[in-house]
Ligand binder design. Sequence first.
Ligand code: MOS
Length: 745
Amino acid sequence: MKSNNNTLLIEDERVDGSDKVTGKAKYAAEHSLPNMAYAVFVTSTIAKGNIKTLDTSKALASPGVLDVIYYANCPAVPGYASNAADRPKNVSEWRGYKVLYDNKVRFFGQPIALVVADSFENANAAVRLVKAEYEIEKFETNFDKARLDPTLLKSPVNYKRGTEKKFKEAASFVEAEYNIPIEVHNAMELFATIAFWEGEDRVTLYDKTQGPKSTQSTVVRTFGLTDKNVRVITENVGGAFGSGLRTWANVPAACIAAKKLNRPVKLVLTRPQMFTLVGYRPQSWQKVGIGADASGNFMGISHEAISNCARYEDFREGIVEASKFLYACENVDTKHSILPLDMSSPIWMRGPGEATGCFALESAIDELAYKLNMDPVQLRIKNFTAINPDNKLPFSDINIKDCYAYGMEKIGWKNRPMVPGSLKENGMLIGYGMSVGVFGAGKGTASVRIVLSNDGKLILECAVSDMGPGTMTSMTKIAAEAMQMPMQKIKFKLGDSDLPPGPSQGGSGTTSTVGSAVDMACKTVQLKLKELAIQFAPAFTGMTADALEVKNEMVVAKANAAIKIEVPSLLKLANQDKIDLTITSSGKTAEQLKYTSNSFSAHFVKLAVNPKDGTIKVLNVVTTGDAGKIVSPKTARSQMLGGVVGGIGMALTEKVEMDHTTGQIINASFGGYHVPLHSQIPNTEVYFVNKPDPHVNDIGSKGIGEIALIGFAGAIANAVYNATGKRVRDLPITPDKLGYKIVKA
Ligand code: MOS
């Protein structure tokens, strides 16, 4: 990466890479506090009903056990009161089920008690000694069955542009149903909370979260505290993919226990609990109809979806959104209903909504291409639009055609057989497929503190988190470029609610939102430096700030580079040991709001299907992103690689299996829930258009995290069809769905 004259300033390494690989970087559960106790949840073994009796006596008598907290002995939590009149003013009702609060069971695996002991082992050993007797109620966890009963569907949201179901009048059309099972984020790091109270009204948490400020605010509002008395520390996050976007039951439970026992309490979820207590991608059924005239112009798109939610709270994601605007089409209708089941609540998972919706839409477009006897890329180009047909605003930038061209060239698209099932290499059926992803590119509010010291060091601070994409690195790079100074002299601090408020890390918005604030903070400091030079350095007397620039840690006159002063000397001259400012960058400007902003991706896949047993091997992937300027090439590439891994999992292996006679997830472990193995990840090439988006924000960068995954499963399904002539519309695509018998070993 030594290719331009920024290279000495901007290195392409993760700034926290060495801390992470050497184990120096600490994750929530790795912290330890004096006198800390350890808590483990006891979870329900029924899906719905009431706890009649809970016998804790054996657990309490077990070695090292300090307490077993459950509904009968749980201290009052202000935010648990459902009646507003019973809650203090600054308290709002806890969202979701209230853990340890009542004897109701809402899903299999719900926490019903919390064992607290002097060691993790002692707590864990006592969990099985807690005995519950239940009154079982009738429950429903079977999505496929329940969705057929229209009376069970809830809150349909309808949309119509032009004529409904217009696709049926087109010269060619397809209409098909698509099913995606529950998928679980299952990040490497387990959810963990350490809570300790200093007095009645002051609590500090080490917690795994994508939003230190959001968790802080939830704790403040649940326990009736003040912002300054609640601190949430989350320096490193070992992956979350959306599961850390809300505060789950582990947080209030740890707070309750720490307060009750008056000592720090650590609560770490088990791997099976990661399947039930921290969300998942909802199960979905979709029906897409799409029609085109003889030359391929889309005449109508209809997209219907049902996705599951919990009985105790609604969750909806934008499954049908992309169908409204990704392609030019006058007639679009969509409908999305939710289906409450006796299960825990889903949550956003990487590419929420669009990952589900684009699988169906992009599969349907592929199906239509075969009907039209057209190349699927050409069909997409035919229906390209630079103006969002839903809100009628121009895209701030859209270079998806560059992605197509690169992907086609590199995957060898010219070798793609027009007749499915007609190409063999080394005895294997070979298929090529592609698919598109899209996600909104937002820009929100963030505050950044910037401190430039007279020793030349620059520190920036924001309470955002870094769940893995490399935010610390990309923010350091944005600062280095804005300040024109070496990365090594810059430190970006994050992951602590005491820092200036930043967003939760989500929706692929961090680079745009926090990056804009970092850029603004650096420019503000530069202006300050120029003013100080004019005021205090004689060589600059009478000049205007416009005539100066800050680079290489100096203030320099643009017209005469000989007139310069080093930043540390300038600060000393001005008798300042530092410049210390906090700036806030808000959402999009009026000018930026004249556009609609999205990141786009196009994924190209070459794969082989073994004709003997239907096993699928992905041979080659070219994944391309149109996400504006790429700030940090290495971490951006890693985001795309991660999307490919997640996408292969979604397409080929991942599925939560439920036993609907009990409501239990029966594969809640990495042994039973299959994420792709290293050997299943092919040679992958990542390409970015890498062109600054002129209208999205000042830095020209859009998000990558979601588009890395969105669309990918469709590319695989389309390639499988190209290889075999079999269209699989239900994920994951396993050999049985290609008509092969599964032979048990
Ligand atoms: Mo992402 S699902 O916004 O963490």
